[in-house]
Design a protein around this ligand. Structure first.
Ligand code: AMP
Length: 143
């Protein structure tokens, strides 16, 4: 449904309103970051601007400008937290591009030398593991 409007009941809008839980790692006035429940690699997390937009295509430029420094901050924290060799930043727009949740988000995916990625929206991770990983990111952010 390319060109569709923003649905205020998408799952990330519910997380932003506190209606469903998440493994939060960072929050400021404009952004929230939390662990992806179906990680493609150890430490995969999501950075979500609080401003509503379906994806990058309809996002407000000011919101984007506030979000990218947070993506950078979380990329460095995840690299440190998991001793990763690299970080992939991924962001999908519309179903044809692989988007499944229609509130703009950036994937921060730690990469490990020689290791591929698990499938996108593959297996649900254990919540204890996600909680442990969130703690490691929070500690890395505290430096
Ligand atoms: P995308 O396909 O780019 O829209 O990515 C959506 C991402 O959100 C996928 O990687 C999912 O694993 C992840 N996801 C879906 N539901 C939740 C949730 N409740 N909490 C955290 N991550 C989620």
């Amino acid at each position: 449904m390319s060109g569709a409007t923003y649905d205020t009941n998408n799952i990330f809008a519910k997380i932003l309103r506190g209606e469903i839980p998440c493994h939060k790692v960072y929050e400021d006035a404009d952004t929230l970051a939390f662990m992806d429940v179906m990680p493609q690699s150890k430490g995969h997390l999501l950075v979500v601007p609080k401003a509503p937009s379906r994806n990058l295509l309809d996002a407000d430029a000011t919101a984007l400008a506030k979000t990218i420094p947070v993506v950078q901050k979380l990329a460095n924290a995840a690299k440190d937290a998991f001793d990763a060799d690299g970080i992939s930043i991924m962001q999908f727009n519309e179903p044809a591009a692989g988007q499944t949740v229609y509130h703009l988000h950036f994937h921060v995916v730690p990469r490990y030398e020689g290791a591929g990625l698990k499938p996108h929206t593959g297996e649900m991770e254990d919540h204890g593991v996600l909680a442990d990983h969130a703690k490691l990111v929070i500690e890395a952010l505290q430096g």
